[in-house]
Design a protein around this ligand. Structure first.
Ligand code: CA
Ligand code: CA
Ligand code: CA
Ligand code: CA
Length: 461
């Protein structure tokens, strides 16, 4: 089903609309003409907080498809919008803050897609509310396996599942995470299972993992040895042993990301944001802390890592700031030095909520080396925008009633699209302007991109 939605880009200068050159980091590249989204009809709505969306090739035709979750529902749609399957299941998605109701937190899809059994085709994996790992044939939705696993003492149930490569044999391992059932809930309990021995003993387990307060664990192969590390204030090696722990800090981590922030340092770096204490941003890796920085002790709360300024080596770290209204974003360079700041009120178009932006993700939209950020209006099913993180300049505004926003490369020309779940529809916004660098490798060829896009939630898109 396709439906043309009319465009309105209120409050933007005509030059921006015409793609008449925007400047960031010395680059000048049109943002591309806005286009009506492609619309896919869903069979259920995604409401406040619970459930989300991921993309993966479910049917093996090398085109990216979509899995959407909501309480009691898991559905899969093909690239062209045809429904592949729909399942009624008590998928583990959670409403509200995970520190009171458990993981996997606001907007988390609670589902993974990977080839976990090594046989033909991909599998879809999710936990249900009863600590059972459900494994489906990704193409048909047929249930291949259900294994109920004992959850740790002091926890309510297993709450978060992530597929990882821990033994160097591909995506054949499963990480499970749970919070303590009483008090301020943190996902301290982690167990790793070989997929083919799900009903046996775990590879390892720990009750002392220190992660984020609001989102489930994420993984990335930090040192490039083909095996994933578990990211948090503690970094666990693929064998479950603690490799690193952030130096003493107060409060808790709010969100966490991984990318090659510092190309001069081997491997990937981790960036995490502190709530409490001096409100610092931490950049660290397997070798320990690289830098910690704050800007006037303002809470960073949300961040986007990306190439936002090509004159500044490495990736920049954009921070949104905490303010409930009148946000004041600021950006650090890859060494933790302040690059700039601005007031959201000075850059947002007329009519944009004074509460600012949320669910902010870096996006390769234009195809130039400089990335933009995509976000939605905060605390409402509102509009979606693309903006320059460094300057705050809004490049495009998509009139929407966005309940979820997700950025991923689904069209196949390596650039990324903006996916919006609005009620019972999925809207896909694609840049129809010519791609200036069509030969770039697809982002999915980077393992950490794939991991990142499969382990997102509201706080760590
Ligand atoms: Ca496909
Ligand atoms: Ca590794
Ligand atoms: Ca690096
Ligand atoms: Ca840079």
């Amino acid at each position: 089903m396709r439906r043309a939605l009319c465009w309105a880009v209120a409050g933007l200068p005509a030059a921006a609309l015409a793609g008449a050159g925007w400047a960031a980091g010395g680059q000048s590249r049109p943002a591309g003409p806005p286009a009506a989204p492609r619309v896919i009809a869903l069979d259920f709505a995604v409401h406040e907080s619970e459930g989300g969306i991921i993309t993966a090739d479910l049917d093996g035709d090398r085109r990216m498809d979509f899995v959407v979750t909501a309480p009691g529902r898991v559905g899969a749609w093909r690239h062209d919008g045809r429904r592949l399957w729909l399942l009624e299941a008590q998928v583990r998605v959670s409403a509200g803050p995970s520190e009171t109701v458990g993981l996997s937190g606001h907007h988390a899809p609670g589902v993974q897609v990977a080839d976990v059994d090594g046989a033909a085709g991909q599998e879809v994996l999710f936990l249900d509310q009863d600590s059972t790992v459900n494994v489906l044939d990704a193409r048909t939705g047929a249930i291949k396996r259900r294994v109920r696993l004992p959850h740790p003492e002091g926890s309510e149930r297993w709450e978060h599942l992530v597929v990882a490569c821990l033994r160097g044999r591909g995506d054949r391992d499963v990480l499970l995470q749970a919070t303590n059932a009483r008090g301020y809930r943190m996902g301290r309990h982690v167990a790793a299972y070989a997929y083919d021995r799900l009903d046996g003993e775990p590879l390892w387990r720990t009750d002392s993992y220190l992660g984020c307060a609001h989102n489930g664990l994420r993984v990335a192969d930090l040192d490039g040895d083909g095996r994933d590390e578990v990211l948090g204030a503690t970094i666990l090696g693929p064998d479950g042993r603690e490799r690193n722990r952030l130096p003493e800090y107060r409060g808790h981590l709010d969100s966490i990301f991984s990318d090659d922030v510092r190309p001069d340092i081997p491997g990937l770096e981790v960036v995490a944001l502190q709530e409490g204490g001096p409100m610092e941003v931490f950049c660290y890796g397997l070798g320990g802390l690289i830098w910690r920085a704050h800007h006037k002790n303002q809470e960073p709360q949300n961040a986007a890592l990306g190439e936002f300024d090509t004159r500044s080596p490495g990736l920049e770290v954009w921070c949104r700031s905490r303010y409930d209204t009148h946000q004041k974003p600021f950006t650090f360079d890859s060494r933790g030095r302040l690059l700039g700041e601005y007031a959201m009120d000075d850059v947002a178009p007329a009519g944009w909520t004074e509460k600012g932006v949320e669910v902010i993700a870096p996006i390769h939209w234009t195809g130039s080396p400089v990335q933009l950020a995509a976000a939605k209006e905060r605390h409402k099913s509102g509009d979606v925008c693309l903006f320059e993180p460094l300057t705050g300049r809004f490049v495009a505004r998509f009139p929407e009633k966005a309940d979820r926003i997700y950025v991923a490369d689904v069209s196949g020309d390596w650039r990324e699209e903006v996916l919006v779940v609005s009620g019972r529809e999925l809207h896909i916004y694609e840049n129809t302007a010519a791609n200036p660098r069509p030969r770039e490798p697809r982002l999915w060829s980077k393992p950490h991109y794939r991991r990142s896009k499969m382990t997102w939630n509201y706080y760590s898109p």
